[in-house]
Design a protein. Sequence first.
Length: 388
Amino acid sequence: MGSLLPLPLSMNNEPIKTFLPDFCNVYTLFLVILLTELLAFVFVLTPLGNHSYDWNYVKTEFFTDLAMVSWFMQWVTLVSVGILCAIRHRLSQLGSDLIVGLFSYLVILIVTLFISEAAWRLSEYSFSTEFGYNEITSVWQTSPVWHENMTQHLLFLLRNLGISAILSAIALRYFYMQAQWKREMQAHAEAQTLALQARIHPHFLFNSMNTIASLIRLDPRAAEQTVEDFADLFRAALSETKRLITLGDEVALCHQYLRIETLRFQQRLQVHWDVDKIPTDALLPPLCLQPLLENAIYHGIQSLPLGGNIDIQGHYDGKWIQLKITNPIATDLPVTHQGHQIAQQNIRKRLQAYYGTQASLHVHIQPHLYQVTLRFPYKNQYDENCYR
């Protein structure tokens, strides 16, 4: 149901940031009422108490029981939905799905409690006037005779609260999972768009073509190798056939990229790798390291007359993988360049799309140094959670 629900909007037509659907929408309300009625059928069709489900029961009590159960459940549903609709803007300001979920859960339980109490009082009134006694109490009470005492009253409330707690927890969990799926799809789609800007840098394209042209006469074999590296790099940049690749493949792609750049910068570019202790079968979204190395060269090494050294350090503790990329920077140039932001936002969103809050990308700036740290859980191809 969640994937069919429209995205709720705020007063200024901006999407409301909450995992709950828009309960003010007519289509959403219709689906909620329909599902509630189907649940009412399930409860009535399920044997309760001392009912003997024969044809005589169907003719005399089934539809009465269905009406009473539907009446009760629809009141709980409509009042809860009405309250959540009225406070949806306030909920969007809480800033946490957990808080929104707990608050919504509490609202539903309180509504259930009040309506249950109202139903009990109404049944007491009906019993006292000897009107509608059997119809109202046949489903919700386990005893064939309604005893007006505190024990029966408490059992009635607890039973309704228990049913409401289970069903509302399932519904809220469903809404949350649907919202998470939507957010992941949106993040993935946005990341693909950003990736086109981050992966294919015009300066790298032109410089690589010039490098290849200069090598054709001087060193044909090196020119051929450069063309192959260049083709592999762009094939990986434009390909979306795999959701995740191994760290070994990502590192190999980075080496191909660095071979091309080394031909241009010569001794100005020095790269030190320290990732031998990281398992090469670790999975991560494609092109998480290469754009960071491109930033390190374009916004760091290229701006320094003498060049510098790029350090790639890896750490693995058996559960988490951490990669640090450090490069020198010129102090007279801004380090918050738009190119940095595009690539970093792209990588951060793709990591979070696959690993949620477990993955992170942090930037640390020191005098003359710029450092990016990637952290994500170790997953391999045998981990079923890697392909969601």
